[in-house]
Design a protein around this ligand. Structure first.
Ligand SMILES: Cc1ncc(C[n+]2csc(CCOP(=O)(O)OP(=O)(O)O)c2C)c(N)n1
Length: 280
């Protein structure tokens, strides 16, 4: 596990991951830009210091496990896994090409992945199976499952929500990328999530809300969640779809398209500027 407590360094890492994510998508000419950019800080908080997981212990039973239930956000996850040396970085540029291990949705076979995912609504159930097995085997590990807010329109999510509370799975922590948009519009217009916090509480979960782009706040939320006994935990991370690039932010039309060369150049200019501001 890479123990990294220098927040400035982690912020720099987030910019680097955004650059790699955008480059991959641009080279591929297709893919999910908005929902990849919104999860960068969540991935950074988990993988750089909080989760007991690395390319060295990936086969160890007592590692923490991460499930990307919103599988379409995988370009950002691939960029993180490559940075942590789960596979060679040059493989990133093969995204969405024939015979690549990096498909448009995560596919088992790529080191670092626990499951294939992308059919929305299923990840939490799988994560719970793993969490239950770990508990039964006396394994002291945490299971994290990252979902989209639109994804939680799926009924299976709420079956899983009931199940985790029933089995008192306190070794599972769900994280919602609450960017308030989904494939073609605002969540509240397509299928309103209502009183979202209360829903999770009523299903028996301990709820923590946080800024999903504040790495320090996310790290605290992850720590606080791990202290909870007898209940599953959910972190509702308030995020911005397309975070980090002004012309992509908060625009549903950027859900499933990739930047062209011109747009990539403009995005890099913004990220370079953000990096310079960090140094001030
Ligand atoms: C079962 C299923 N239905 C539909 C889709 C197509 N789909 C891909 S992403 C998406 C929107 C998901 O919204 P959200 O979870 O909010 O994702 P984000 O905004 O974070 O990208 C949809 C409907 C899918 N992948 N799986």
């Amino acid at each position: 596990m890479e123990k990294n407590n220098d927040i400035k360094q982690l912020k720099r890492k987030a910019i680097e991951i955004r650059r790699d994510t955008l480059t991959m998508l641009s080279k591929a000419g297709s893919g999910h830009t908005g929902g990849s950019l919104s999860i960068v800080e969540i991935l950074i908080a988990l993988y750089y210091g909080k989760m007991n997981i690395s390319c060295k212990n990936f086969r160890c039973r007592d590692r923490d496990k991460f499930i990307l239930s919103k599988g379409h956000g995988c370009p950002a996850l691939y960029a993180v896994l490559a940075d942590l040396k789960f596979f060679p970085k040059k493989e990133l540029w093969s995204l969405r090409t024939m015979n690549s291990r990096l498909q448009g949705h995560p596919q088992l076979g790529l080191p670092g992945l626990e499951i294939s995912s992308g059919s929305l609504g299923q990840g939490l159930s799988v994560a719970e199976g793993i969490a239950l097995a770990d508990k039964m085997d006396g394994i002291n590990a945490r299971v994290y499952c990252l979902m989209g807010d639109g994804e939680t329109n799926e009924g299976q999510v709420w079956e899983a929500a009931m199940t985790a509370a029933h089995y008192k799975l306190d070794n599972i922590c769900g994280i919602i990328d609450h960017n308030k948009l989904q494939i073609d519009g605002h969540c509240c217009e397509i299928m309103d999530l209502g009183e979202y916090r209360k829903k999770w509480e009523n299903f028996g979960w301990h709820v923590i809300e946080t800024d999903g782009h504040d790495i320090e706040a996310l790290r605290k939320a992850i720590d606080d969640a791990s202290e909870i006994k007898g209940k599953p935990q959910i972190i509702i991370a308030h995020t911005v779809k397309g975070k980090g690039v002004s012309f992509i932010e908060n625009r549903a039309e950027w859900h499933g398209i990739a930047p062209n060369e011109d747009e990539l150049k403009k995005a890099f200019e913004e990220l370079d500027k953000a990096e310079k501001e960090l140094e001030r």
